[in-house]
Design a protein around this ligand. Structure first.
Ligand code: ZN
Length: 88
C-alpha cells in the first residue's frame, strides 16, 4: 500500500504557479466544495452536482449555476419574490 501524504487542497497543485494563483485556485476549490442555500427550499443543502449544475440534497432541486459556485442571483430572485408575496 502506497502512502499518501495528506495535504490540503493547495497541495495538489504542487509548485505550479505563484502563491497568489495557488490561493485563488484554493478559493475556487473551496467554493466548489461548499454547501449553498437552496433557492427552492432555502435550506443549506446545495452541492455541486456537475460543472455548472447544482443539486439540493434536501428537495432534489437541480439547477444550472456557475461552474464553481451557484448563481446567487437565482436565490435572490426567489427570496425577493417570496418577500413580496408574503407582504401582500
Ligand atoms: Zn432544496
Amino acid at each position: 500500500m502506497g502512502r499518501t501524504k495528506k495535504v490540503g487542497i493547495v497541495g495538489r497543485f504542487g509548485a505550479r504557479g505563484g502563491s497568489s494563483l495557488r490561493k485563488a485556485r484554493a478559493k475556487i476549490e473551496e467554493e466548489a466544495k461548499s454547501i449553498y442555500e437552496c433557492p427552492q427550499c432555502l435550506r443549506r443543502a446545495v452541492k455541486k452536482f456537475s460543472v455548472g449544475v447544482w443539486k439540493c440534497s434536501r428537495c432534489g432541486f437541480t439547477f444550472a449555476g456557475g461552474a464553481y459556485k451557484p448563481s446567487t442571483k437565482l436565490g435572490e430572485t426567489v427570496k425577493k419574490e417570496r418577500d413580496r408575496l408574503l407582504k401582500h
